[in-house]
Design a protein around this ligand. Structure first.
Ligand SMILES: [Zn+2]
Length: 412
């Protein structure tokens, strides 16, 4: 690869990442989909960026009509990469696609699959794809094929139970307290670790394995009570056991077992702020609190106007002009920097220090003549831009575009 090509490459790269080159990105999208998805209209799209400079597209319009004859209309928050790589430009088109997937099973296939299971949760864990597809059919069909399943009890009614463990002398030792809407099933799950086709090691199994001489008792501590009461009672019972000196084996937070525990946006925000104040970086946060990170992204709270993640440190240190110049002084040319230290080149470029560095290291700028010679292979700025984008960008970045335009005018 020639040095000048390396330079071109780097320049191109920076341009494509630069947030303000929207029109170039838009024309890319239009080119990409004009044949395959003519119903997608990108002409008015706006871009926004999250903390990691991930590009999102707003205001994309889909002219495709749904079954009621209504156009899909505007889609926002579409990830640019998803659009380009997975053809996901319209939320409604995506949903239609998902619907098509859910139709990949016949009614008989779904019915046969459902017959394998005795409860809905086994069905969910065992055959998630069939379950999803069945749920998306009409309600009557879903009820029909699951009618043989053992009712899981009233979803809102729960019972509190305890697994008690006694030491070899029969003294109380440890307890696991939980809530469930189906005591018998939950007991089996705890003892076997089998949830449908999934198998996990439960706290109860773990304790029994580690302490084979201890005895075990299962108790229902309450009658069925409504969910809110059950959550409170579970806590109360845990405290009772705790105070009496039992070791509490529960790991999960109260109410999280089989309960739709939902963290609020405000709680998510507080967590990020807390971490941000400790100087935690985006990547550290993502690794350490992946579930919180995922919730934020799923709820789109990392995007404007929320920007929850922006408080996290970017860890990208900003270098001063002097520091950059100091790092650049040992190189012989800008092209060498671009080749051997692209990061440094990026800093030089973004700070507008290309000319200063050139002077410092005595790297003569390729004169205008060189470029005015090169462009002679093309007939117009448009021709140049389409057929040699690298050259076009370099000319553009050197401020030579006006001269090039003049040249084309003079020869046309
Ligand atoms: Zn659409």
């Amino acid at each position: 690869m020639k040095l000048i090509d390396v330079l071109y490459e780097t320049v191109i790269d920076l341009y494509e990442r630069a947030p303000d080159k929207s029109e170039i990105v838009t024309s890319k999208l239009i080119d990409r989909f004009k044949d395959t998805h003519p119903e997608w209209d990108f002409s008015n799209v706006k871009y926004k960026f999250d903390k990691r400079s991930e590009r999102y597209v707003d205001n994309m319009i889909c002219h495709k009509k749904d079954e009621n004859g209504i156009e899909h209309g505007i889609s926002n928050d579409m990830k640019y990469q998803d659009i380009v790589h997975f053809d996901r430009a319209c939320w409604k088109c995506r949903r239609q696609q998902a619907k098509r997937l859910s139709n990949k099973f016949t009614d008989d296939e779904l019915r046969d699959e459902a017959k394998k299971y005795n409860t809905k949760s086994e069905f969910i864990y065992g055959s998630p794809n069939h379950y999803d597809a069945a749920r998306k059919r009409d309600k009557q069909f879903y009820q029909d094929i699951t009618s043989h399943m053992v009712p899981a009890g009233d979803k809102t009614q729960k019972i509190i139970y305890a697994h008690e463990f006694y030491d070899s002398e029969g003294k109380p030792y440890a307890a696991y307290i939980g809530l469930t809407n189906n005591s018998e099933r939950r007991y089996k799950e705890h003892i076997s670790g089998v949830y449908g086709e999934k198998k996990i090691t439960t706290q109860v199994m773990k304790f029994l394995n580690d302490n084979p001489n201890y005895s075990h008792q299962y108790k229902e501590l309450t009658d069925f009570v409504d969910f809110q009461t059950a959550v409170k009672l579970e806590d109360t019972w845990k405290n009772k056991y705790d105070k009496k000196g039992w070791i509490i084996l529960n790991v999960a937070k109260t109410g999280s077992i089989g309960a739709p525990y939902r963290i609020t946006n405000e709680q998510l925000k507080q967590k990020v702020i807390e971490c941000g104040n400790q100087g935690m970086t985006y990547n550290e946060f993502r690794q350490k609190f992946n579930n919180i990170y995922s919730s934020i992204v799923r709820r789109k709270l990392h995007l404007p106007p929320y920007n929850y993640l922006d408080i996290l440190s970017n860890k990208k240190r900003s270098y001063t002009r002097d520091e950059i110049m100091d790092m650049a002084k040992d190189y012989k040319s800008i092209a060498q920097i671009a080749k051997e230290n692209p990061t440094l080149y990026g800093r030089i470029y973004l700070k507008g220090l290309v000319d200063d560095v050139r002077k410092l290291i005595n790297d003569p700028l390729k004169d205008e003549k060189y470029y005015l010679e090169k462009i002679k292979d093309y007939n117009s700025v448009k021709d140049l831009r389409i057929n040699n984008r690298k050259l076009y960008y370099v000319i553009h970045s050197r401020g030579l575009l006006d001269k090039v335009k003049k040249y084309y005018k003079s020869v046309s």
